[in-house]
Design a protein around this ligand. Sequence first.
Ligand code: ZN
Length: 218
Amino acid sequence: MVPELCFGCNAVLYRGEHVLCAFCRNELPLTDFNFRDENPADRLFYGRCQVEKVSALLYYPENGIVRNLIHHLKYKKQERIGGWLGTWYGQQIRDEPSLKGVSVVLPVPLHRKKKRKRGYNQCSRFGKVIAEHLGAVYSEKHLLKNTPTRTQTSKNRWKRWKSTEAAYRLQRPGELEGRDILIVDDVLTTGATLEACVRALDSVIDKRIFIGVMAVVP
Ligand SMILES: [Zn+2]
């Protein structure tokens, strides 16, 4: 059996360790955000769309362990990293009073072509495990991605917002009526993608939206 290596330092992991060794795990830049107090991730959405609370497990610095983890999760077929992060985050937020009413967890969707290429949506395991911890339903059937967008790095925020807004659509809005919804994503940068997802839920009556991400750019 091939020994499992740490994604931070490449050391061979001990029995019972997964993804990261104890040392690298201790080095992770955890945010101290919760779902009660104002934080910098919240402030990104002020005046843009109606969100109750935004939070993140980790910071996403320019380099280091977190970047390596997300890179392997997205591009190196290491889907289990999402489950590992979800377990951690799920344990952390399961007793958050403001999330007590959350009954459905939606991932930011990937277009089916991209999903096929990658083999999975990198937010799936993360979202499923969090849903289990919250006693909520995980669904990929409600929020869908329309068309793959071109690489958006050269566009400004307005153009990016315009191109992402039409990129998502909602199915069966009635099933989400009156619910508290948690949307999950991998990395929060400008908030444009999540804003577009929230706007896609505009027609749902009487809902409240929370957002939880693996990591936020500081
Ligand atoms: Zn390590």
